[in-house]
Design a protein around this ligand. Structure first.
Ligand SMILES: *Cc1c(COP(=O)(O)O)cnc(C)c1O
Length: 453
């Protein structure tokens, strides 16, 4: 009984619809505001950036939104993804807890990101768009959109945060293999990039800056739109395919999670696994403890303000109410590149504010330690981002060992770390350092929050 157990759904159980948590929110969200007028945005305001189908999803309050058949066709290549019972890890920890993980590293890009890249590319293609611009942090999102662009015949231009561009040359090769273009950001191809470089020629970049560059390029051409890999409602919606499958797989295991854990950068993989379960709870079903894990060096949920802010550094995006460290905050260059964002998904911020989600922050070295312990028991090397969820899971399992409580814990293993060997090399050589959240820089970034009447 010590072997890891795998719960597989057959393809016929691939979800037919995504789950929209807007249908079940206990209180409505604050409206999204136009950056100029500070009035609520309408569909027309977003039309230069996104196809109509995506805009409708962004604003929808329908509980179920159908997954188009051509999207399910691509999903079938790796979905339903497996859910594992981590028996060998449980044994190594000597815990009475039951640990489950949903594994999203089986996608062609190695993470959960294609779950939304595929539908976004599909909707753009349906509406005649030829080209999509985007940003990428660690490279997973750029890789996923590059893949989706190849499958749906779209040109993809990716602005990659410079620190990651230099740390992860194989991610760039991956994107280019699928025919995408990859540009280190800040770059001199946009006004936003040139403005940053003029002030700081050595800028290592940030997601906020890369978003400004990608948005600027998208609005200049009619045949071009923009795609975002996290944060927005429609992205979180697409990721719920993870949790919908996990619910069925937990039922196969004859179990239900007492606790669900995910790492949060912009919040999409976390929402993906959590929202279907949280929706059950909001409709009067079983209660579940929900833990969001973030890096201590970029502590958006634990140290940020819940306020209106821009999604980007150049202030081109609409204003959303979210937990934020300030749009000018540039996180230090730690290795979990996917978690280096100043803001958080408004839906997750809202639900955290209402008390449904408990945020928690960890330093990177303790996360890598946990990731190696997981790898040596389960045989999968997690992405540095996913190590944050692994760390919280191990802590909870050890707590159960102390208390003797046999909790059921589910976490999202949102990606593998096979492209992140430089990070593991540095960790194993003892070269990784923990970086503190810079209080002074943080206070400065927060003092620049826009005033909203
Ligand atoms: C992009 C990414 C993240 C962070 O984004 P979320 O929207 O918070 O999920 C985390 N882990 C992996 C593996 C990623 O690729």
């Amino acid at each position: 009984m010590s072997d890891t157990v795998k719960y597989l759904l057959d393809e016929s159980r691939l979800p037919k619809a995504w789950y929209n948590i807007n249908a079940d929110l206990p209180e409505p969200m604050a409206p999204v505001l136009h950056p100029g007028t500070k009035q609520p945005v309408g569909p027309d305001d977003l039309a230069p950036l996104f196809p109509q189908a995506v805009i409708q999803q962004e604003m929808s309050t329908e509980r179920e939104i159908e997954i188009p058949e051509p999207v399910r066709d691509v999903y079938r290549q790796w979905r339903p993804s497996p859910l594992y019972r981590a028996r060998r890890l449980e044994q190594a920890l000597g815990t009475p807890a039951r640990i489950y993980y949903k594994y999203e590293g089986v996608s062609p890009a190695g993470s959960h990101k294609p779950n939304t890249a595929i539908p976004q590319a599909f909707y753009n293609q349906q509406e005649g768009v030829k080209r999509i611009t985007t940003e990428t942090g660690a490279g997973q999102w750029g890789s996923s959109l590059a893949l989706a662009g190849a499958l749906f015949g779209l040109e993809i231009a990716v602005y990659m945060v410079k620190v990651s561009f230099n740390q992860k040359p194989y991610r760039r090769a991956f994107m280019e293999s699928f025919g995408a273009t990859c540009i280190a950001s800040p770059s001199n191809t946009t006004e936003a990039g040139r403005a940053i470089l003029a002030k700081n020629p050595d800028s290592t970049g940030s997601l906020g800056i890369a978003i400004s560059e990608a948005v600027e390029m998208a609005v200049q051409r009619d045949d071009t739109k923009y795609a975002l890999g996290s944060v927005l409602n429609h992205v979180l919606l697409h990721q719920t395919v993870i949790g919908l499958e996990a619910m069925e797989q937990m039922a196969m295991a004859d179990d239900y999670p007492d606790m669900i854990i995910g790492c949060t950068g912009g919040g999409s993989n976390f929402a993906g696994i959590v929202f279907p379960f949280l929706g059950e709870q909001l409709r009067g079903g079983r209660k579940v403890d929900i833990v969001a894990v973030e890096p201590a060096a970029c502590p958006t949920l634990t140290r940020g303000k819940f306020a209106y802010d821009f999604g980007d550094t150049g202030h081109l995006t609409p204003l959303t109410k979210m937990h934020t460290l300030g749009s000018s905050f540039v996180p230090p260059g730690f290795h979990a590149g996917g978690l280096r964002y100043h803001g958080m998904a408004p839906q997750i911020s809202h639900l955290t504010h209402l008390g449904y989600i408990q945020p928690r922050a960890y330093h990177q070295t303790e996360c890598f330690e946990a990731g190696l312990q997981f790898a040596r028991a389960e045989g999968i090397i997690p992405a540095p981002e996913a190590n944050h969820a692994v760390k919280a899971t191990i802590d909870e399992a050890l707590r159960c060992r102390e208390s003797g409580e046999a909790k059921s814990i589910l976490f999202n293993l949102c990606g593998h770390g096979n492209f992140d060997m430089q990070a593991y090399t540095d960790f194993l050589a003892g070269k990784l350092e923990d970086q503190e959240y810079d209080e002074a820089e943080g206070a400065m970034a927060l003092s620049g929050l826009p005033s909203v009447g």
